[in-house]
Design a protein around this ligand. Structure first.
Ligand code: CA
Length: 256
């Protein structure tokens, strides 16, 4: 039996969004979890601890909630009815600086690594102690109160989003704004494959995917400007599954 949000002792429901009574400046936590009893319990606990809480049960609802509400923290279940939490995380990373904490099942160590690679900040294994959950959320909130890094360093590749300066193996690479954003997205999600449509929506902020050469052309110009060839430390390939993947293929500990 699903618990009704209306049964919350100290919360109220506004247009389907559960908020605490004194939610004026409370940190906003989005809980993406399809297991209703667990989601209800987590929400009730967080509301009781002064957080404003939004709920989602699917990847699609989670994405929409982030667009609409820009939460401070996202609690993200890994297995969702319409996709994985990692896929959602990869979609969220370019549109939010919210801290992303995975709610994983026990023994998913490999999955945890994948999740953190996809841009997650922390994880907590189910079943978890609710006070530990609150402590983890507060720890992320303290961390994200400081501005997030505007740099990505994947030696020998360095991106500075404030100045727009990109260097690869010590050589400066001049990129257009969109090339820099696309490279930044790939660099933040290294090893993760994205379809053209996913890139259009996540990087170009397209409302829907339409037939276009934009992604192909930008990828091709990135490859050319970065001089990606067999000797490069990175590759940007279009896989047989029609996904673009940026990978580091050579690691040189002495590289800058
Ligand atoms: Ca689940």
């Amino acid at each position: 039996m699903a618990l009704s949000p209306l049964r919350l002792a100290c919360g109220q429901v506004v247009k389907g969004v559960r908020v605490s009574v004194d939610a004026v400046s409370a940190p906003v936590v989005l809980v993406v979890e399809d297991e209703l009893p667990l989601r209800d319990a987590v929400c009730r606990h967080l509301v009781g601890h002064g957080f404003e809480v939004i709920e989602a049960g699917t990847v699609a609802e989670g994405l929409a909630a982030v667009w609409e509400r820009q939460p401070d923290v996202v609690l993200l279940d890994v297995l969702l009815p319409d996709g994985s939490g990692y896929d959602l995380c990869a979609k969220l990373r370019p549109i939010t600086s919210a801290a992303i904490i995975y709610l994983t099942a026990l023994g998913q160590d490999v999955a945890v690594v994948r999740g953190l690679d996809a841009g997650g900040d922390d994880y907590i294994s189910k079943p978890f102690n609710f006070d530990v959950l609150t402590a983890r959320i507060n720890s992320q909130l303290r961390r994200t109160a400081a501005p997030r890094s505007a740099r990505i360093d994947l030696p020998p590749l360095h991106l500075d989003f404030l100045t727009g300066r990109v260097t690869l193996e010590g050589r400066e690479v001049r990129l257009t704004k969109m090339e820099l954003q696309l490279l930044g997205y790939f660099a933040a999600n290294i090893g993760v494959g994205f379809t053209q449509d996913e890139l259009l929506i996540s990087v170009w902020q397209a409302k829907s995917a339409a037939p276009t050469n934009t992604v192909r052309q930008t990828v091709s110009s990135l490859r050319r400007k970065l001089g990606l060839d067999e000797a490069s430390a990175f590759e940007l390939e279009y896989s047989a599954s029609k996904r673009y993947v940026f990978r580091q293929v050579r690691f040189d500990p002495s590289s800058r």
